[in-house]
Ligand binder design. Structure first.
Ligand code: AMP
Length: 529
């Protein structure tokens, strides 16, 4: 028997239609690299997206075809997403910070037919054009002239009805920036994207509304910009984009455009703090910061709370669309001590509807939610990957559980805490030391800018941690001072055997510490003791 309600395929263009109808004048602002600022609104973005859909059809694109972008954040990039998706295509965001080899691999693997790119990345295009086997059309976002994005749109009138199909058809492709092996593509569906947008904007996650003015500092090429470009039109939020990511430009933009919510990985907030310390300029209107991609350090959360800014700590991965869990103020928040509040926000948060989590030990036994038993974290739900693009097999087990590669603990209050990446935990005497906890404790020490903990071979304990530290400019901090600080935050047997100062640390294309490279670099390192 069928129910009596309307079929309403959950397709992404409906988000844009809603915003254009109900929040037509809510603005979309872009600050370009040359300092220019351009203004549009949801009605303008919808009109331009229809024009792009027409243009792509004119170029011969068919539903299901992939259109790649190699670009920073701006309103035209947003149009590229909706125009491509609106004609039934699949938008493939490419991370320009990947190595050439990976850039070649993923565009060829995705069989991209069109590449729309920022002028800034012209050298990449010139270098790799001979190696990209499927790209037929190259369009530049920010160049005047016949091969420019605006010229393409100007040839169309916008009289276009979105391609209509099923909600399980694909709309977007993102490759994971894995640190080993070839990148793997996650092919989101209209349905998964729309459900994720409803979840990401909800009060238990980012609390988006038409009042919200969002600055996604997270790049549009990093895990679908955490769903913000889909959740914003749903809520009717204003969006503010910047093609450049320096704290100076961002802070001014936040104040001019009265940004209320900004999203980014921990490193962008460290840069913002340095800007505040150097200039005294504060982001005056920001009410909420969302942090994700790596664990939010306690000292960072504390500083934002002291500034009167609420921190939402997100955990997820490209494979989970990406937002899965969110740490936000629980009941009784106002009555908690500052330390209890920090304990709460430092965890990766509570489990929202749509996401199921479990933790397994090495024998695949499910662990209790007791706040101590740690193990491999698995996830399932309607916006979690089932099979990577083009893969011969599913990435999940028979019950749809996906192994995240993270190590976690579930707490009795329903919250989840990531303790490490499975590959990064330091195994000392059969027990696990969390490299993430050590690093977070270390960056809370005055004078420490960044820290990485890795395991070094030890004849008795298998592995012992060493800590690699980048000092803040002008800091004279010593290993003894760092150790004294760490003693207040981690178990004694976790303390690193050695603390070494380095000029910088290697990062992945999405700003995470590149532990594989550090381990390779210190492969033959022997502890002095
Ligand atoms: P990506 O697919 O590049 O977004 O990477 C996903 C991975 O980033 C996760 O599996 C985690 O290891 C890590 N990650 C993301 N958010 C957090 C967080 N809030 N705390 C700790 N690790 C995180």
């Amino acid at each position: 028997m069928l129910g009596g309600m309307q079929d309403f395929e959950l397709r992404v263009p409906r988000l844009l239609d809603h915003a254009a109808r109900e929040h037509a004048k809510r603005e979309i602002i872009t600050r370009w690299a040359d300092g220019r600022e351009t203004r549009s609104d949801w009605a303008g973005i919808a009109h331009d997206s229809r024009r792009l859909a027409q243009a792509l059809e004119r170029l011969g694109l068919k539903p299901g075809d992939r259109v790649a972008t190699l670009a920073m954040n701006h309103g035209s990039h947003l149009v590229a997403w909706y125009g491509t998706i609106g004609m039934g295509g699949v938008v493939h965001t490419i991370n320009p910070r990947l190595f050439d080899e990976q850039l070649v691999y993923i565009a060829n693997h995705a069989e991209d037919r069109v590449l729309i790119y920022d002028k800034l990345f012209q050298p990449i295009v010139d270098r790799l054009k001979p190696l990209w086997t499927s790209i037929e059309h190259y369009i530049c976002f920010d160049r005047d002239g016949a091969d420019g994005f605006d010229a393409l749109l100007d040839a169309e009138d916008g009289q276009y009805a979105w391609f209509e199909g099923g909600e399980r058809e694909p709309c977007m492709l993102c490759y994971t920036s894995g640190t080993t092996g070839n990148p793997k593509g996650v092919l989101y569906t209209h349905r998964s994207t729309l459900l994720h947008a409803m979840h990401a904007g909800s009060p238990s996650v980012m609390t988006l509304s038409s009042r919200t003015a969002i600055l996604p500092i997270v790049p549009l090429f990093h895990a679908a910009a955490w769903g913000l470009c889909f959740a914003a039109p749903l809520a009717g939020s204003k969006m503010v984009f910047s093609q450049v990511n320096n704290a100076d430009a961002l802070c001014g933009l936040m104040n001019r455009e009265k940004v209320t919510l900004a999203s980014g990985v921990p490193t962008v907030w460290l840069a913002l703090f340095q800007h505040i310390d150097a200039t005294g300029e504060l982001p005056e209107t920001v009410e909420q910061i969302t942090v994700g991609g790596s664990a939010a350090p306690r000292a960072m959360i504390a500083r934002f709370l002291d500034m009167g800014i609420q921190v939402i700590h997100l955990w997820g991965m490209t494979e989970t669309s990406p937002v899965a869990t969110a740490a936000s103020p629980p009941p009784g928040w106002e009555d908690m001590s500052r330390d209890e509040q920090l304990d709460m926000l430092q965890k990766q948060g509570s489990i929202p509807f749509g996401i199921e989590l479990r933790v397994l030990d090495d024998d695949n036994a499910e662990q209790p939610r007791d706040g101590v038993s740690s193990g491999r974290l698995q996830v399932r739900g309607p916006w979690v990957v089932k099979r990577y693009f083009g893969a011969p097999e599913d990435a999940v087990d028979a019950e749809d559980w996906f192994d995240t590669g993270d190590v976690a603990v579930l707490h009795p209050d329903g919250t989840m805490q990531i303790t490490d990446r499975a590959k990064d935990v330091i195994k000392s005497g059969g027990e696990w030391i969390s490299s993430v906890d050590l690093e977070n404790a270390a960056v809370g020490c005055a004078g420490v800018a960044e820290a990485a903990a890795i395991g070094i071979y030890h004849p008795k304990w298998d592995e012992r941690p060493i800590l690699l530290v980048v000092k803040k400019p002008g800091s004279e901090v010593t290993p003894a001072e760092i150790n004294a600080h760490l003693e207040n935050h981690v178990a004694k047997w976790w303390l690193p055997d050695e603390i070494l100062f380095v000029d910088d640390l290697p990062h992945t294309a999405t700003g995470k510490l590149l532990k594989t490279e550090l381990r390779a670099r210190f492969k033959d390192y022997r502890l002095a003791a």
